[in-house]
Design a protein around this ligand. Structure first.
Ligand code: DAH
Length: 340
């Protein structure tokens, strides 16, 4: 019986001790993530293709045939033990890693929050919202049109003839290409009717522009809400009732008055005033849709009648909140805006 070169057996045992020691103390000083990388490096170092175990086994060929099974068995035992130790250490570290992550991401819901200044809806927008709400409740649909408009939609189709003096009250900014900034939301009437058949019930909010001298009740940029209803058999009574229901829904009990007026696109026409700071403030224009307007959109005025109105949003907000000057709505003074 040949004797085993003592160093091969010893080498295997030393290798195992070495590796187990290196593994055992990894978690002492390293974070789980770094230690996990080390585990992988140790695996390569001891069990890898060119690792220490492979090198030791390279010496097997020099063994006497009779010794090979015993050393082979020992080598297997060392390999399995190391594999197991590596797996175990890896599992432990992965758990530690998750624990560390959970601890780091813990949310303390009892901590005081971070202060964020609270915004609020501008009184003009909240007024528009209120108006839309009321008309949606009456079965109207919200419609919109462009602020940059052609002369046709802003004037001609609404029966403003080219040299009619009614244009003087609605002078505006004309753009180099011949377009203009719309002077009212009535353009939406034409655009909507061109694309939809009767019956019509629309409410259209939007911004408008005029060459107006700015004072307590006028602004060159302002907002309107337009309504339009077209059907068979609508009368002035329907218009008056609708306007009254609307103003009462918005203001509650407030004195209102209808005044005869003139608009090229309605016949008859009226303006409506509301009591504000001891005087009458005009808040809307309205009337029965002029047959010329129906003709320009291809509706038959022998079959259909309709009524329309345009509300000044700033004016409504001023009455609603007793605001003394329209300019307060635009100059972004927080002391003013925080009241709403
Ligand atoms: N567009 C008119 C203006 O800005 C207001 C107006 C009057 C709108 C009568 C209408 C209406 O729809 O029927 O002065």
């Amino acid at each position: 019986m040949t004797t085993l070169p003592p160093n091969l057996e010893e080498q295997l045992i030393a290798l195992r001790q070495d590796a187990e020691q290196a593994l055992a103390h990894l978690a002492d000083t390293l974070t789980p993530t770094v230690a996990l990388e080390q585990v992988e490096q140790l695996r390569v170092k001891y069990l890898g293709k060119k690792g220490q175990l492979a090198q030791v086994l390279g010496g097997m060929g020099k063994l006497a045939v009779g010794d090979r099974p015993r050393i082979g068995a020992l080598a297997n035992e060392v390999k399995e033990a190391l594999q197991q130790a590596l797996d175990q250490q890896r599992a432990t570290l992965q758990t530690a890693q998750i624990q560390a992550q959970l601890a780091a991401e813990t949310l303390d819901v009892t901590m005081p929050g971070v202060y964020a200044a609270q915004g609020r809806v501008h009184p003009l927008n909240s007024t528009i919202d209120q108006v839309l709400d009321i008309f949606m409740g009456l079965g109207y649909t919200v419609a919109q049109g462009p602020e940059m408009e052609t002369d046709y939609y802003n004037f001609q189709a609404l029966n403003f003839l080219p040299d009619h003096p009614a244009r003087d009250m609605q002078d505006t900014l004309y753009l180099p290409d011949g377009n203009l900034l719309r002077t009212h939301t009535s353009n939406v009437q034409i655009r909507y009717m061109e694309n939809n058949d009767p019956p019509v019930r629309i409410v259209a909010p939007g911004r408008c522009y005029r060459r107006d001298t700015v004072d307590a009740t006028h602004s060159a940029v302002f907002h309107q809400v337009e309504i339009l209803a077209v059907d068979e058999g609508l009368t002035f009574t329907d218009l008056k009732g609708t306007v009254k229901v609307f103003l009462e829904a918005l203001f509650g009990e407030v004195p209102i008055r209808f005044r005869p007026s003139y608009f090229p696109f309605t016949e008859p026409s009226a303006e409506v005033d509301v009591q504000w700071k001891g005087r009458w403030l005009e808040v809307l224009g309205c009337g029965m849709v002029d047959p010329h307007v129906f003709k320009s959109v291809g509706y038959d005025p022998e079959i259909y009648t309709g009524f329309a109105a345009g509300f000044g949003v700033e004016r409504l907000a001023m009455v609603l909140h007793q605001i003394d000057d329209i300019r307060r709505l635009y100059n972004s003074d927080l002391r003013f805006l925080r009241q709403f």
